[in-house]
Design a protein around this ligand. Structure first.
Ligand SMILES: Cc1ncc(COP(=O)(O)O)c(C=O)c1O
Length: 365
């Protein structure tokens, strides 16, 4: 007999849901550690701009009113920040929503999406839930092999996803590599360039999104307020593309997809350049510190341009994950990414990183 769930759209029953990092409350409830340091979800350990926090306390009078569905104020600030027009911007409930809108707009059960192996998990989820086929391109030294992408597309391919830097590998691709890929792909394929961690990159040859957007009308760039801007809980991100593409995505967006508190906080966060500079500096220093210390302990770390490092070593990741939680450190085993030997750790404050390093040392020695 046919059941209700037999009628789920193609792809949904086999979908492996996104596994979020363990929360501080969960870990306290289960293990009662004296202190908890969460280094599991690549958030900014400094939190958001103090100006954004201050603004939130003054915006509660309007909670009964719908937000500005068009997010005009935020879009004008993003436009200035990105040297683009407001018509080139779509606001999402996190950048994940922009990824989902693009998948809904371009993918269905007759089509396919190409992405790198070990790429950010949401690409698979949005592809599979739209019924489309996933085509994976192998990595070289954990890095996206952009010179190969055009060899993996077929006549059904409608979307390519590229995270730069990628989560969880932390690897990045240069402007030249990305432009090569764009030139090799047909202009009828949408390429999504996910720049969730772009601010953390310290490479002169990194992608220049304005050059890319001016050359390629089939490009959608996504960015987020969840990472360096420290507003992960408010769920706000954006997409940048041609006016025509943004217009099409806006047609299927929910009318009030980003709330007024998120919009207001994002407006203040994007204007606080000092906080961003401070966050970049902390991450660069501490990423190097954690990399060296883990390497000294005999771990193999993947060089990262993000605010996290994935590493493997003489441990069972699932066991180490639990042992670390018992002493109050939350990290992320990344078996879901087909990297079963690895753990990913977010770069925290100096004090948080030292706590993590001390605990991992004690557990393994
Ligand atoms: C590569 C990448 N893209 C996008 C996102 C999603 O960010 P948001 O919070 O804006 O939905 C993440 C979150 O971890 C990420 O790692």
């Amino acid at each position: 007999m046919t059941t209700l769930l037999d009628h789920l759209n193609k792809g949904i029953s086999d979908l492996r849901p996104y596994e979020a990092g363990r929360s501080i409350d969960d870990v306290i409830a289960e293990y009662q550690p004296e202190r908890v340091v969460k280094l599991a979800s690549n958030e900014n350990p400094l939190g958001p701009s103090p100006k954004a926090i201050e603004a939130l306390s003054g915006t509660n009078d309007d909670l009964h009113l719908y937000p500005d569905g068009d997010a005009k104020k935020l879009k004008s600030l993003i436009a200035a920040h990105e040297s683009l027009e407001t018509s080139n911007i779509i606001i999402g409930n996190g950048s994940n929503e922009v990824l989902e809108l693009a998948a809904r707009a371009f993918l269905n059960k007759e089509s396919s999406a190409v992405m790198s192996k070990h790429a950010f998990a949401v690409y698979k989820i949005v592809t599979q839930s739209s019924g489309a086929k996933i085509i994976e391109v192998p990595t070289v030294n954990w890095k996206h092999s952009l010179s190969e992408f055009h060899k993996f597309i077929d006549e059904t391919t409608r979307v390519c996803f590229v995270a730069n830097p990628n989560n969880p590998t932390g690897t990045y691709n240069s402007h030249e590599e990305f432009e090569f890929m764009m030139n090799e792909l047909p202009k009828s394929i949408l390429v999504i360039l996910d720049l969730a961690y772009c601010e953390y990159v310290e490479k002169d040859d990194y992608v220049d999104l304005n050059i890319l957007l001016s050359k390629f009308p089939n490009l959608l760039v996504t960015k987020t307020f969840s990472k360096i801007q420290g507003l992960a809980s408010l769920r706000i991100g954006y997409g940048l593309a041609s006016k025509e593409l943004i217009g099409s995505l806006n047609k299927i967006r929910q009318p009030f997809n980003s709330n007024s508190l998120a919009q207001e906080a994002a407006c203040l966060a994007i204007s606080d350049k000092d906080h961003i500079t401070k966050s970049i500096k902390l991450n660069a220093e501490q990423r190097e510190y954690v990399f060296v210390k883990l390497s000294d302990m005999g771990m193999e770390c993947i060089p990262s341009q993000g605010n996290f490092i994935s590493f493997k070593g003489p441990f069972d990741p699932d066991e180490l994950f639990v042992s670390l939680m018992k002493v109050g450190v939350i990290v992320r085993p990344i078996g879901l990414y087909d990297m079963p030997e690895f753990i990913r750790v977010t770069i925290g404050t100096k004090d948080e990183n030292e706590y993590f390093l001390q605990k991992i040392y004690e557990i393994l020695n």
